[in-house]
Design a protein around this ligand. Structure first.
Ligand SMILES: [Zn+2]
Length: 324
């Protein structure tokens, strides 16, 4: 099968012919329809503590169709031809971020526990958005009660926008997004978020919109220094949610957080119920993130766009179409 393989930091992915994964008795083989390119994949292709081993095949935001069941898989629960996605967890490893082949490939294997069936109302392309939307849902749930709160989202990448989408869903009063990239600002507006502030002047602009500092701040950038800015900006008993991945030491002044009795919490990934709820809300047309998809590419076109995503770019969500 064809797969886009990680060749090392600073090098382009290479589309190669590799073996179709061999199924153990308790595994399911999926033919990939679509797979999203995630910021985590970009991160894991750079030199640093998160870099994956050479020859990793990325891809954990996928949709596809069951083509084979291992002999121990319950044939009453799963059928060849069914459209599915799966949480990217596989026997203690992360699909697409380890030696377990991800969905930048024609086929991948999954385990029954993690599989989520795709309802007819959700097409394959949108099903590839369930994973990033579930990240946003899980994060926003961690912030507790969202209704009527004034929220600052820092960073309008796919995860920032997913968080904004759920804050709206849960009835936030104001959702203000701090972002400087014109392309990302356009994307936020397309999704219905037009309260955008300049990262260099967040405090004043937020105050003008909401009449006070943000009750909840959702940090979706992960650059050193931002957490301290959040602490300084927060009101008494404010809440700060860390969603952006910062893998560098970062200095904060606890005294300021202490004096305000702040809650600082981090959130990562999701549970299966987050996937199921996301799909239910997509079917009910109460969540629609399809505007986030800016590029649909073939596997052959992937290496060039994957390289482009290493620097700030116009793309929001890039999705691979394995049928192209
Ligand atoms: Zn992802």
């Amino acid at each position: 099968m064809k797969a886009a393989v990680f060749m090392g930091p600073g090098k382009s992915l290479e589309v190669q012919e590799i073996d179709i994964p061999k199924l153990a008795d308790d595994e399911i083989l999926v033919k990939v329809a679509n797979c999203g390119v995630c910021g985590t994949d970009i991160h894991a292709s750079k030199e640093g503590p998160f870099m994956v081993p050479l020859n990793t095949v990325f891809g954990h935001e996928f949709s596809g169709e069951i083509v084979e069941l291992g002999s121990e898989v319950d044939e009453n629960s799963f059928h060849v031809g069914e459209r599915v996605t799966s949480l990217p967890f596989f026997k203690g490893q992360n699909i697409g971020l380890s030696s377990v082949t991800g969905a930048y490939a024609e086929y991948l294997k999954v385990i029954p526990d993690q599989v989520v069936k795709i309802p007819d109302e959700i097409d394959d392309l949108n099903a590839a958005l369930v994973e990033p939307l579930a990240v946003g849902l899980h994060a926003v749930k961690m912030a507790g009660n969202i209704a009527q709160q004034n929220i600052l989202i820092i960073g309008a990448g796919p995860i920032g926008l997913a968080c904004a989408t759920w804050c709206k869903f849960f009835g936030a009063r104001n959702i203000v997004i701090s972002e400087m990239s014109p392309a990302r600002i356009d994307m936020a507006k397309k999704l219905g978020f037009d309260q955008i502030v300049d990262p260099k002047d967040v405090d004043n602009q937020f105050e003008q919109i909401a009449g006070g500092p943000p009750d909840i701040q959702v940090e979706c950038v992960g650059a050193p220094g931002i957490m301290q800015q959040c602490i300084e900006r927060a009101p008494k008993r404010g809440f700060i949610l860390g969603v952006g991945l910062c893998d560098h030491p970062d200095t904060i002044v606890p005294l300021i957080a202490f004096g305000k009795e702040l809650t600082i919490r981090w959130a990562v990934a999701y549970d299966k119920e987050d996937w199921e709820f996301t799909m239910d809300m997509m079917v009910a047309q109460r969540i629609d993130a399809s505007a986030m998809i800016t590029n649909v590419v073939s596997l052959a076109e992937l290496p060039a766009i994957f390289d482009a995503l290493h620097t700030p770019s116009d793309q929001c969500k890039v999705i691979i179409d394995l049928s192209r």
